[in-house]
Design a protein around this ligand. Structure first.
Ligand code: URA
Length: 232
């Protein structure tokens, strides 16, 4: 429902929240409240929005940098959004290390964060790492079978050699420093790391840039049914 129409319906007393008529357009509404317009139940959750952001190196994936020396990804992203997107409350979907570059998803839907980061979802994340030393098939072979890390076994990963010092690694979990720890465990310390893809979504915007994913990218590419709630 467009904002002006919603406003009019509220002022006219046609809207109830939890069974009571509400005449204040800006009255707070609990996320689980039952909202009805002329008796018909409506969803008050905003539609799911997912953004693909190209994270540059040197910024942190948190809302504040404890040392306040580096910008946060939110400080880079939010000011560049048009007002219709900037008004949402954005969540980063997982994390990239300060110096890792590449695809970082943002969403206004916390259920999507839970979906995409749950190990059970097994969403593939494709990374490209420049490593110290010479990568060989022999060295990366254990990663294909699953190696033991200090916080438990890592699932079998897809490992491909792109150059003598460049390894493509696709993993289906997102544990802390996982790629660096996996490659380090087979004698290939990571010098630089970049994330190219998540699910079927491949990074296609320049560094610092972003774009909104379409519903089919979210549903088919990331395995999530987007919320189609009221367009608030
Ligand atoms: N694995 C890492 O080691 N670092 C990242 O930033 C992402 C995955």
């Amino acid at each position: 429902m467009p904002l002006e129409e919603a406003d009019e319906a509220i002022r006219a007393g046609r809207v109830t929240v939890g069974g009571r008529v509400v005449r204040q357009p800006l009255a707070p509404v609990a996320p689980d409240a039952v909202v009805r317009v002329e008796g018909q139940r409506v969803s008050v959750s905003p539609v799911t929005r997912v953004l693909a952001f190209h994270k540059p190196a040197g910024c942190v994936t948190s809302t504040v940098d404890a040392e306040e020396r580096q910008p946060t990804v939110f400080e880079l992203l939010v000011p560049s959004l048009p007002s219709e997107l900037a008004r949402y409350s954005w969540h980063a979907v997982g994390r990239l290390d300060r110096n890792t570059t590449g695809l970082l998803l943002f969403t206004n839907d916390e259920r999507f964060v839970a979906h995409a980061t749950a190990p059970e979802t097994k969403l593939p994340r494709r990374y490209v790492a420049r490593v110290q030393g010479q990568a060989t098939e022999e060295k990366v072979e254990p990663l294909r079978h699953g190696i033991r890390l200090d916080d438990g076994p890592a699932r079998p990963a897809r490992a491909k050699l792109r150059a003598p010092d460049v390894v493509e690694l696709t993993i289906t979990e997102g544990r802390h420093h996982q790629v660096k720890r996996m490659l380090g465990a087979v004698g290939l310390p990571v010098l630089a790391l970049h994330r190219e893809a998540i699910g079927r979504v491949v990074l296609d915007v320049p560094e610092g840039g972003w774009r909104v994913l379409g519903d089919s990218e979210v549903s088919e590419g990331l395995g999530y049914t987007p919320r189609q709630g009221a367009r608030t």
